[in-house]
Structures are given as C-alpha cells and as structure tokens.
Write a protein that binds this ligand. Sequence first.
Ligand code: GDP
Ligand code: GDP
Length: 438
Amino acid sequence: MIVTKPVVAIVGRPNVGKSTIFNRIVGERVAIVEDLPGVTRDRLYSKGEWLNHEFYVIDTGGIELGDEPLLVQMRQQAEIAIDEANVIIFMVNGREGITAADQEVANMLFRSKKPVVLAVNKVDNPDMRELLYEFYSLGAGEPYGISGSHGLGIGDLLDEVVRHFPEENDDDYADDTIKMALIGRPNVGKSSLVNALLGEERVIVSQIPGTTRDAIDTSFTRDGQHYVVIDTAGMRKRGKVYEATEKYSVLRSLKAIERSDVVLVVLDGEEGIIEQDKKIAGYAHEAGRAIVIVVNKWDAVKKDDKTMQTFVEDIRSEFQFLSYAPICFLSAKTKQRLHLLLPEVRKVSESHHLRVPTHVLNDMIMDAVAMNPTPTDKGKRLKINYVTQVAVQPPTFVFFVNEPELMHFSYRRFLENRLRATFEFEGTPIHIIARKKN
Ligand code: GDP
Ligand code: GDP
C-alpha cells in the first residue's frame, strides 16, 4: 500500500528565515536525489525526515505571487498552507517582534484549526530567549526559539511538528482500487479527459467523497475494476488567484501524485512538449508511481502516416527517464481512441504490483551475468550473491553483493533492462538497491 507522506508548510514574512530553515530540514537530502536529465528542480517542495518520519516540506515563500502588497501575499501564502499542509510552521523574527502581518497570519491560521507550530527565528543564543515571551500573545501556542543560521532549536521544533502528524493516511479506498492522478499544465485537457472518462458508457460513477478541503475525488467502476480519480485542484474548483501561478500548479500536481498509484502525464498534442511538462513528469517518476503518458487533443493534430511515430520519438527523447511508460494518443473532445486508456492504466498498475518469485529472479540474474560479466574496478570484481524483491509499488530489488560501490550506473541499467526484458514491467519504475552481504 502506498503511504501518503504528511506535508509541512512554512509560512512567514519575507526575511524571517524560511528558506534557511527549509534548507536545514531538507538540505542534505536534496543533494543526493537522483539527477534527471532535463528536469529543473524547485526548492520550494522537498522531502524531509525526522525520527523515522518522512514528510514533505513546502516553503510558501518560494511561491512567487506577483507584485501584490505584502499583506495580500501573506494571506495567499497562509491560504496555500492551510489548503496543502497537515502541519504549519509559522515563522516570525524574534528580533523584530510582532508585526501587523504576523498578527494577520496568526488569525487566519487560528481560524483554520490546522495544527500550527510557532517558530521564533534568529534567537541565536540563550540570552535572547527572553524575546520569546511577547510571542505568546499571537495566540499560536508555545513559541519555539530557533536559530536557522546557527542550527539551534530545530530538533525541538521538529519534535513538536511530528507530534501533530496524522496517524494514518487519510483515504480509505479499498486496496483493489486504482487511484489515478491526471497531471499536466493548465489547458492540456485534464478535466475534459476526466469528464470524458466518466461520461463513457458502461462507467458507473458511484460516489464523490471529499478528502482535503478543496479536493473532490471521483470514484467509478469500469469492467469490474474500481478507479478513483484523485483531484488535482484547479481541475474542478477553479478560481483562487494563486492557482494560476506555475509553481502552485506544480505543487498541486505533487500532492495528487503523492496520493495516487497511477499517474497520467497529460500532454497537449497540438502544442507539443514544454519544459513544465518535464518537471511535472520528473516528480511522478521520482515518486515511484506507475505512469501512462497521454497525448490529448489528437483530433486537432494534422496527421499523416508518420505523425504518431514522430511524436513518440519526441517524447522518448524529451522524457528519457520515462522510457518505460506507454504512450496513449487520444482525444477527450471526440473520444477518439479513448477506449485505449483504461486498459493501459490497468496494465501499468499490474506491473506496479508485480512480484517475481526469488528463484526465478536469481536464475534470470545468473543468466544476465553470464551474458554480460559484472564490472571490475581497481582489480576487484562485483560479485552478486543473491537477489530478492523486497517491495512492490514500485517493484524494488535488493542485490546482495560483495562491494556495493562496484555496482556502477551502467551495470545497474543493464540489470534493469534485463528485468524489463524478462518480466512485464511496462509502465512502472524499478528500484534497484545494492547492499553489502555480510
Ligand atoms: P526568508 O525570506 O524567510 O526565506 O528568509 P531567508 O532564509 O532568506 O533569511 C533572511 C535573512 O535572515 C538572511 O540574510 C539569513 O542569513 C538571515 N537569517 C536566517 N536565519 C537566521 C538566524 O537564525 N539568525 C540570524 N541572525 N539571521 C538569520
Ligand atoms: P485542464 O486545464 O488541463 O483541465 O484543461 P481543460 O479540460 O479545461 O481543457 C482546456 C481546453 O482544451 C478547453 O478549451 C477544452 O475544450 C480543450 N480540449 C480539451 N480536450 C481536448 C481535445 O481532446 N481536443 C481539442 N481539440 N480540444 C480539447
């Protein structure tokens, strides 16, 4: 089962130290994240970890909200945090005292009833702890004195944050339900596609449970299979000012990816591929979800007998990291080729859940090694002792070896290719972990 990680948002005026803290929390992890060619990374949304809790952190200050006055921007940031986060870190500057904007944000957060942890930053030494008292009057609970630049108090702050995490993930869809998210930039046709799917014959739309404040998931059954479309807000409930900003729409997609099993990366067949498409798809890959690439608006494309092939080649070269994802050309508007989509979704979901018996796996790896001997480095040869699949969603394989460092990227890729050639892993990433055999 996929576990949804809690989201922590940092809200506060400019210059109180939000990005300093954000970097402290996620800093070391960002550096080790696999680099995907062509994917630019925002630092406003990243993974953090504390006491065995994994979570996401958003720096709402990183979402540029245009030239609005400070108070308006602060309100929008607070609204984003309230919509998106399970816990909010409200950050103020201990050296400046309470400002009108702080008070405004505090009131908004208070009304939302979301758990808030008040962080008073720039308390760089113990003598400055007296500064904390005045912040009780914000009504946001106990102030935690921290120093982002000196790295003080952050452990206590995170202890308190983690205490507010929800017990379990919040949706209780049956295990055999395929949760799918349609992601893509505005206007590629995500909502049209959802409506087209729901409007199809033989589709039974059974319920519309609300999950978070804004999201409306839709569940339906087709040919005996249950599906849930995870709402990427902006899909149905449009209207908030900040929803048009690119970074916010990326953030929304990330939340939907996080809650889904299968991600449909929707592209606009008429307009082709742009940078933002790659960024969003990169997150789906990193999150380890099953993926189908959908080229929508196929009705509007002038075609000859090579058009589809050329488009496939473009996708393969622009999205090299998604070489495993099937591509579906269709039109939400005319429903042309629409019937091809759900079978594809089902197939990639099966790949995502596929388990290979250990003996079959080890036989296959022995054959692979015989075909392409393991690499050597400084006179030492990689020796694979044993392989076992430790997880599904995505399929994850642990290779017990003599020296994990000898498992170079190219050999890893070779093993992945052999796994793909031997078993039905279309549409799912595969994780390969090398571990030292003791
Ligand atoms: P943001 O705009 O809220 O993201 O704030 P930044 O993280 O960019 O920090 C604003 C300024 O405050 C920078 O010059 C930081 O070096 C400084 N700063 C951040 N944390 C601390 C701290 O704990 N103590 C002191 N003295 N300065 C800090
Ligand atoms: P979203 O922002 O990704 O949810 O996109 P929408 O579903 O709102 O669609 C954006 C625009 O593209 C609308 O004007 C739709 O009518 C149009 N559109 C959506 N799907 C198709 C399609 O398959 N073919 C054509 N020609 N237009 C489409």
